[in-house]
Design a protein around this ligand. Structure first.
Ligand SMILES: Nc1ncnc2c1ncn2[C@@H]1O[C@H](COP(=O)(O)OP(=O)(O)OP(=O)(O)O)[C@@H](O)[C@H]1O
Length: 761
């Protein structure tokens, strides 16, 4: 009973959400703002500047910015008019009010979020502590800073932007500006760099104050679980990766190794273990002596079964390049951790590069929690409201479009098998192409985009492909995508933030395309997250333009197979194979519901990770505060020596967490219960551990790593296993949900189905 209650309370905490589309409460502030705006129409530029400075002085003297919102927003509106000759719309002012009040503002794509952020940024920048506007990529950081600069300058505020490879001095200048445009990722890395500074002039950032996050769902939710890792180099596992990769490629699934239904886990069977021991001529793979081999074989199995070429990564210039699952882009500096990168390199027959050892790491989620105040903007906030509330305490405020939306979203066409679906896509393209309307086809993977192009070629339809392999032509491809007769096939790269201009920049061509009905979107898969589907649809019908969208999917698509959605179909339909679409009304509804369930599961996985990461983060903070103490108290050169020593501790800590998390897979760990140890790791104990180790290092009188490693008390480290998502208290409590909840998805859906869920009443 008590346990159930605890669970209920826990979920309740995370379920409280505030989504509102009632703009009533903002009406008053809006009216006041517009009245003030009328009142300053005839003031000179210098007078407006003086008024801004007055408000600034009062805020810096301790008055709350809220009281000054209407007058300051009025000044920003006037600044927009005089510098960029744009007048912010009423809905944009409302959005700026909601943004200031710690909400994620949902605005349709193309509605002018860039302007909205400026108003709120100005108000919050007057405190003199800096505002960060976190953009989706480097390009947008630079573009928006340049574009909006005249407005800031007019009001006497400075603006800067950050780019990935900028020199440190330039970055520091940009961060000292009143408003700084940057990607969250770059801020995260600069934060880590600042945390690892040895001298005060290596500190890049100043204290965090306020962040406005553009594309908030992508940054705060989808990307939040990827830790930003600051890596040094270290020797990899002492094994022959190429030999192991060759060996593993000869193993037989279900005999030598098992794969769980949703391909999240792979492990050797007893048969596979015996075979491996025979091949490498060792008596027991689980002996400590062969620990490295065991890890390497498991990694090689993961590389073989779970990471797919042209889906998860591409091969370019003899290197593995990771493709981001949400954006479809190559992420240049991302690598798999803990030996997996080496295993994939070996699988592709490449020379194995040295591995990264973790010097410092932080998740985006925790980075955002370093800001005393955060708010966000996105076209797709509603579906993520629960997480915004649970993780960040943010509400969601829905702002209507300036002009009504005219896009038509047609109901999905669902086919029994892939071949029928591809035929239907070709038919659809031919039909719409004849009318001259531009078409954008959204595919899931690089591979699919290229196969579809080849198929269309066979049917005499010329098309352009945009995927991770040709991203350098992205701007040119997008510029053409809205022209009459254009057919563009793209991965998620053409999702979020892409502005496809109807008819390009030519007004006459635009009128032609508008008259034809605007851009037509074809989605070839439903994504695990409804938000990604919506972002794709959002490419059509921007700013009141006409447009339409149509998803054409099959029961053989990855999503359907992975989550066993066939089990949702009524019995006679499960093994059906037909050319035409399945006309069953409940199917579309079931798929939508299943998507909601999947999102719920992904949410729970993130919640679980969050719980664990929370403890690691607390310890990281303790370590960081300790470092800061050394940093400010000691003088050079003692400071450098002490810091180096401290960082060594830190890197042990980081690497041990990672290594032990991996280790948890291996059966040799099965006998240990990390949670038991984990509960013992109170903050006080952690501090004690740190001091003990510092003493030991002091006594060692050396910074030789191997020597220190040898002296290191290995048993003390086990209880730092705490960001392990596989064995959370929850998992233990409820048997087997959490990360492995996916395993239950199929049966769960079936049970819900049996209970009548999803049936027409
Ligand atoms: N008040 C306004 N008056 C005139 N033009 C505006 C106004 N607000 C926005 N625009 C124009 O609308 C276009 C889209 O603006 P912006 O790029 O800020 O949209 P967005 O909401 O960020 O879109 P996305 O979701 O694609 O990122 C821009 O070309 C901008 O100049």
């Amino acid at each position: 009973m008590k346990v159930t209650q605890t669970i209920k309370t826990f979920f309740h905490k995370f379920k409280q959400t505030t989504v509102t589309d009632d703009l009533g409460p903002y009406e008053r502030t809006l009216q006041q703002t517009l009245e003030h705006a009328d009142g300053i129409l005839y003031k000179t530029d210098a007078e407006l500047r003086q008024l801004t400075d007055d408000i600034k002085a009062r805020i810096q003297a301790g008055e709350a910015p809220d009281a000054h919102m209407p007058r300051l927003y009025a000044l920003v509106i006037e600044a927009f008019k005089r510098t960029l000759h744009m007048t912010p719309y009423r809905v944009q002012v409302m959005a700026a009010i909601a943004l200031h009040e710690r909400n994620v503002v949902e605005m349709q794509t193309g509605e002018g979020k860039t302007l909205v952020a400026v108003m709120t940024a100005c108000l919050n920048a007057l405190a003199g502590k800096g505002v960060h506007i976190l953009t989706f990529n480097d390009y947008l950081a630079k573009r928006d800073a340049h574009w909006m600069r005249p407005v800031y300058t007019f009001l006497g505020l400075s603006v800067g932007y950050i780019q990935e490879n900028m020199p440190v001095a330039e970055k520091r200048r940009a961060y000292r500006s009143d408003v700084t445009y940057a990607t969250a990722k770059e801020v995260g890395f600069d934060y880590l760099r600042s945390c690892m500074a040895y001298t005060p002039d290596e500190v890049i950032l100043r204290d965090f104050h306020y962040a406005i996050v553009d594309e908030a769902d992508a940054i705060l939710i989808d990307e939040a679980r990827n830790p930003l890792v600051f890596a040094g180099t270290m020797a990899g596992l002492p094994v022959d990766h190429l030999q192991i990769a060759r060996y593993v490629s000869g193993l037989t699934p279900y005999r030598d190794f098992m794969l769980d239904e949703y391909a999240r886990n792979v492990f050797l069977t007893d048969h596979g273990i015996g075979k491996t021991e025979a091949f490498f001529a060792i008596p027991n793979l689980y002996d400590d002596d062969h620990h490295h081999l065991l890890i390497a074989v498991n990694l090689a199995l993961q590389a073989r079964t779970m990471l797919r070429k042209d889906v998860d990564y591409i091969l370019e210039d003899g290197r593995i390049k990771l493709v981001d699952e949400f954006t479809g882009r190559v992420v240049e500096d991302r690598k798999w951790q803990n030996g997996l990168q080496a295993a994939v390199e070996a699988k592709e027959g490449l020379a194995v590069a040295s591995e990264g050892s973790i010097l410092n790491a932080i998740s985006l989620q925790h980075l955002m929690q370093c800001y005393p105040k955060v708010s966000g903007m996105t076209g797709t906030a509603q579906h993520a409201a629960e997480e915004f509330a649970g993780f960040y305490g943010l509400g969601v405020s829905i702002i209507p479009p300036h002009k009504p939306r005219r896009r038509i979203d047609y109901p999905d066409k669902i086919f029994t098998h892939k071949a029928a679906k591809v035929r239907a896509i070709i038919d659809e393209v031919q039909r719409v192409h004849q009318t001259g309307r531009p078409i954008l086809i959204g595919t899931l993977t690089v591979k699919e985009s290229e196969e579809l192009q080849a198929e269309m070629q066979r049917h005499g339809i010329a098309s352009t492909v945009l995927n991770a392999r040709n991203n350098e032509s992205e701007a040119a491809i997008i510029a053409q995508a809205g022209l009459p007769g254009a057919v563009t096939i793209s991965t998620n790269m053409a999702g979020r933030g892409t502005d496809i201009l109807l008819g390009g920049t030519d007004q006459h061509a635009k009128d032609t395309v508008v008259a034809l009905g605007g851009l037509h979107i074809i989605g070839t898969n439903r994504h695990e997250s409804v938000r990604i589907d919506q972002q794709l649809k959002g490419r059509a019908g921007r700013q009141g333009d006409p447009g339409s969208s149509q998803f054409i999917i099959s029961m053989e698509d990855d999503l359907m197979v992975k989550y066993g959605l066939k089990s949702l179909l009524p019995e006679p339909l499960r093994n059906l194979r037909q050319d035409g679409p399945i006309g069953h009304a409940t199917i579309a509804r079931s798929i939508a519901q299943a998507q909601r369930i999947i999102e719920g599961q992904l949410y729970e996985i993130r919640l679980n990770l969050h719980q664990y990461a929370h403890f690691t983060e607390r310890q990281r903070t303790i370590l960081f505060n300790r470092r800061q103490d050394i940093f400010v108290s000691a003088e050079s050169p003692t400071r450098e020596y002490k810091l180096l020593q401290h960082d060594l501790l830190w890197s042990y800590y980081m690497n041990d967490i990672a290594a032990l998390r991996e280790g948890i897979h291996w059966q040799r760990m099965a006998g240990k219960n990390p949670l038991h140890e984990f509960h013992k790791s109170s903050d006080a104990m952690f501090r004690q551990l740190m001091t003990d180790l510092e003493d030991k290092l002091d006594n060692a009188h050396t910074l030789d790593v191997s020597e220190l490693q040898r002296k290191r008390p290995s048993s003390t480290w086990t209880y730092l296993v705490n960001d392990n998502p596989f064995k959370s208290p929850f998992v233990q409590l409820l048997g087997n949900i959490g990360y492995q909840v996916d395993l239950l998805a199929g049966p769960l859906l079936m049970i819900l189905r049996m209970l009548g869920w999803g049936r027409r009443k």
